[in-house]
Ligand binder design. Structure first.
Ligand code: FE2
Ligand code: FE2
Length: 191
């Protein structure tokens, strides 16, 4: 327990290819920027971003085994394998790296899918994952622009890009992502 930030950086970067570590550094940078902009604790944003993809490059069988062996959300096993690392990452952050902040663990857990009632930290990590400086996909600049004034507007645009991509590829959509998107729109409309 009680890993220093430097120890976490060494441990996490050792579990992924260099290019992917560059992505994590970008998410840390963007998450801290968003935390400052929208009034969240920058240290929590930094910690969640550092660990968000910790399990991303584990073999899929190993990720599935963690979910099965520890009674985690088995519904994920029926959907795109890309969803698994978020649930596994939250587990690893707690068990292996001693993270006790439930809000940080949730931000890791829901960074790919989103969820209903996303906290500010959830939104920041999910959005930072879309807009970190290394990202380059159609529409990313518009999401960056929206992130200048609204976490929710930017995140809806991000989730829309994911959902559109899945539809184009005729892939299944994880229901929670649709619910997260609808909930964000409702939050915007209520403002
Ligand atoms: Fe991820
Ligand atoms: Fe990521």
């Amino acid at each position: 327990m009680g890993y220093s930030r430097e120890e976490l950086i060494t441990a996490v970067s050792g579990q992924m290819p260099e290019r992917r570590w560059g992505h994590t550094l970008g998410v840390m940078e963007s998450a801290v920027m968003l935390a400052d902009r929208f009034g969240e604790d920058a240290h929590r944003a930094d910690l969640a971003a550092l660990l968000h993809d910790v399990a991303k490059f584990w073999p899929i069988e190993q990720q599935e085994a963690v979910i099965r062996d520890h009674g985690l959300n088995a519904e994920l096993l029926d959907y795109d394998k890309q969803l698994l690392h978020a649930e596994v990452g939250a587990f690893v952050a707690q068990k292996d790296y001693g993270v006790e902040d439930a809000g940080v663990l949730d931000a890791i857990r829901y960074h790919t899918s989103g969820r209903i009632g996303m906290t500010k930290l959830d939104k920041i990590i999910c959005l930072a994952d879309y807009i970190e400086p290394g990202r380059d996909f159609p529409g990313v600049n518009r999401i960056r622009e929206l992130a200048g004034h609204s976490l929710e507007e930017a995140l809806v645009a991000g989730l829309d890009s994911t959902i559109s991509f899945l539809i184009e590829k005729r892939k299944r959509i994880f229901p929670l992502t649709v619910l997260a998107r609808n909930d964000l729109i409702q939050q915007i409309n209520r403002k």
